[in-house]
Design a protein around this ligand. Sequence first.
Ligand SMILES: [Zn+2]
Length: 206
Amino acid sequence: MDFSSKLLENAVNEMSQLPGIGKRTALRLVLHLLKQPKEQTHKLSLSLQNMRDEVNFCENCHNISDTKLCEICANPNRLSHIVCVVEDIRDVMAIENTSQYRGHYHVLGGKISPMDGVGPSELNITTLVEKVKSGVVEEIIFALSSTMEGDTTNFYIFKQIEAYKVVTTTIARGISVGDELEYADEVTLGRSILNRIPFENSLKSS
Ligand SMILES: [Zn+2]
């Protein structure tokens, strides 16, 4: 792509670093911004900058938060002895939308995926195991997507906590294999949390 302006080219290059944004789409977005009032672009870049510089991760569950403890962990009405293990904040949002879950979460920050170079040490697994060891957790609910990476991650964590006194369950598979949690409709997802099954049963059936 030949650009008449280096400034334009730089902006397009940066924009096209985003996932799913090719050079053409990046150019369309940048030209759109050029047509908008300057303030619009300033607001956009400032909000991105502030988010990147100031965002925190909850020190209890690793959810994205503006404070040390996220709203869920800081809420005394939530049940801290039930912990739902999810991949990222999108899953927390999807499950919260169902209004069927009153426990805490533990956000792993991804799934074990050797193909993508993601091993257990890249994920928030140690803090989860520590939580279980400390005896404050009565139930761990696995709510990762049922892909091979999700299953591998569940099994890895299960092996780490098996020896401790904790009930392990997994969400019922109304969600078909390979589906990502965030795309499951609220009713199905809500039901699969309420109808969760012992984790070991899910191993036998697969
Ligand atoms: Zn939290």
